[in-house]
Design a protein around this ligand. Sequence first.
Ligand code: FNR
Length: 401
Amino acid sequence: MDRRFFSQSLAFAAGMFSYLRNGAANSDDQEAAGQNASAARSTSRAVTVEDFIPLAKAKLPKATFDYISTGSEDEVTLHNNVEAFRRMRLLPPLMHGVNKVNLETTVLGQRIAMPIMLAPVAVQRMFHPQGARAAARAAGKAGTVFVASTSAGNSVEEIAAAAKGPVWFQLYVPRQREVAKRLVQRAERAGYQAILVTVDLGERKDADLRNGFRPPQDMLLKHLRDVGHTQLTEQHSYEELWNFNAKAWELSLSWEFFEWLRGETQMPILVKGVLSPEAALKAVSLGLDGIVVSNHGGRKLDGMPASIDVLRDVAAAVDGRIEILLDSGVRRGSDVLKALALGAKAVLVGRPYAWALAADGEAGVTRVLEILRDELTNAMIASGCPTTDRINESVIMKNQA
Ligand code: FNR
């Protein structure tokens, strides 16, 4: 896209324990009369990713909106994720003669149209009736990867069938290894092209506790059955399902898990939740294929550093041996530029598309991806980077306080 044209133009799986029940009803009737047209108008008027926040807020029950938007404890990490990007100053060279850019890149050898992917996000049918299937379609149409959460709200097969492009599978590890094994095998058979294991576990957010946020019974049952616990039925009470869920997940993971997983799948393996050079080096030594530098969007241990603040040191330790992705706090195309400049191959976004999905389903997610793509195009032109592989530290101001 050239400048002229451009200027015209759950974790209710492993994490959530000890919540109160409230029955925050899913609004399956969201698409009712008249709402679609007004959502479409609002979506096409959205100029920034954050324009979707009030739209999502207007559509969702408070507990669901808060579930998406809030972070753990004092939200220090949540806010710092965004602030750390904003603090970082760009100072690219002037007059570099670039007026056209190509956003394509590869992740684990797969060509994608832009270095922006959709992160694994739980319970998406609580945000929109079409849930993860709509988000996967939007990612595919934009030519990028959809990472399906274990807790997305649809089975691995349903999401793969809906997707129009590459899908990766995010694994929360079922405590019963047989269940874990079958789930991984099903994902591989359904055509997922990589498996990403999230290792920062234990979600406990004040807002969710205050709101008594919990998925409705039908979704909880479907989720557990989709994972492989097919012995569960509608005959089970909510409390029975909830207690089963609380014990169904492996919360005491250790690095040995990856040796087991390597023996079970041919898919490339990534670990999500790396924030230190030591952990990154461990992933290298285990022969993993990639890492996701992530603090889970500030939803896990509050006080952990912003992903973008640790990226440079992690990339130096990895030294090109495995691929680095980053998430947590990406809200602008220029954030993507910053992450790529410091060593990430691509970024993932979570809340931006969750808000947009709530606001307007697939069209909302499509718009979020367009906004980020156009902002990145602009940032690359302004920085003199015609291709993503030409983005490097020279665009970042030296000696920042
Ligand atoms: C998440 N995230 C997440 N991660 C994961 O590995 N499995 C999951 O099921 C979920 N579920 C989930 C639900 C919701 C509502 C959100 C907002 C996030 C974390 C997600 O993959 C990603 O790490 C963060 O969202 C990135 O931060 P931003 O983009 O939200 O700032």
